[in-house]
Design a protein around this ligand. Structure first.
Ligand code: 13P
Ligand code: ZN
Ligand code: NA
Length: 281
């Protein structure tokens, strides 16, 4: 079923595990996510960015997400990832998204507080959960160009959470969107301190390219939602290249996409296993 993000992440927060959040932009991509979650009997978050909405259209993405959620054997949250525009957030809530992110992380602190607070009031009136971001998680995501991370300040995070009443908080602790050029370093102490001061579900972005043991340590430190995108896209690309290389004359899109969908599913299962969300249905 399609469920609100409030209960799903509260359960993860209270029981010290994390739920995987995976981006989708087409049907095969989405089916891979749902099949992976079902095979592991794990709750899952499916999410779209404003860029994906531009590509596929809000109504198509909603129809896919609703169909996936309603037919799934596990709880599914339909989430807007990195919502920047108030207009996108309102449209998603009106269509039936069950969770939204307001990403005002590039605005000054006070503006971030005011905008996030406004989204929370609006979303909570219809039981929709809100994720927000404090600090800045760099790298390549949507329209964001590569930039240096601004680590989330612990005291500011405490003030931000109490003033906005946000349901979950994306924090900058060393990860970045896309694949890393150098070694990944995560500030686990900062995760723990933010958790102690805020006592809400915390979100890790930019998780592709982060070694498995670091993901697990981040979850132990207090992360409850882990976003994976690039590695799933790469699994898709590799499988497509491989198939087309082997069968250059095959034009049946179903035959071409079968191994790619399977490759995405296997990669997603690998990620879900790291988060201890199996059998938390
Ligand atoms: P990656 O592409 O590094 O997995 O980041 C995904 C993400 O944070 C989506 O919001
Ligand atoms: Zn992100
Ligand atoms: Na990454």
């Amino acid at each position: 079923p399609l469920v609100s993000g409030i209960d799903m992440l509260t359960h993860a927060h209270e029981n010290n595990y994390a739920v995987g959040a995976f981006n989708y932009a087409n049907m095969e991509n989405l089916q891979a996510i749902i099949e992976a979650a079902e095979e592991l009997n794990s709750p899952v978050i499916i999410q779209v960015t404003e860029k994906s909405i531009k590509y596929a259209g809000l109504h198509y993405l909603y129809a896919l997400g609703k169909c996936a959620g309603e037919n799934a054997k596990v709880p599914v949250v339909l989430h807007l990832d990195h919502g920047k525009k108030w207009e996108t957030i309102v449209k998603c809530i009106r269509h039936g998204w069950t969770s939204v992110m307001i990403d005002a992380s590039q605005k000054p602190f006070e503006e971030n507080v005011v905008l996030t607070r406004k989204v929370v009031e609006f979303a909570h009136a219809v039981n929709i959960s809100v994720e927000s971001e404090l600090g800045f998680i760099g790298g390549k995501e949507g329209d964001i160009t590569p930039e240096d991370n601004i680590y989330t300040d612990v005291e500011q995070a405490a003030e931000f959470v109490s003033r906005t009443n946000t349901d979950s908080l994306a924090i900058a602790v060393g990860t970045a969107h896309g694949i890393y050029k150098g070694e990944v370093r995560i500030d686990f102490k900062r995760i723990q301190e933010i958790k102690e001061r805020t006592q809400i579900p915390l979100v890790l972005h930019g998780s592709s390219g982060v070694p498995d043991d670091l993901i697990q340590r981040a979850v132990q430190a207090g992360i409850n939602k882990v976003n994976f995108d690039t590695e799933i896209k790469l699994a898709n690309l590799e499988a497509l290249k491989c198939f087309i290389n082997e069968y250059p004359n095959e034009y049946d899109i179903r035959k071409i996409y079968e191994p790619a969908r399977k490759a995405m599913k296997e990669k997603i299962k690998e990620k879900i296993r790291l988060l201890s969300s199996e059998n938390k249905n």
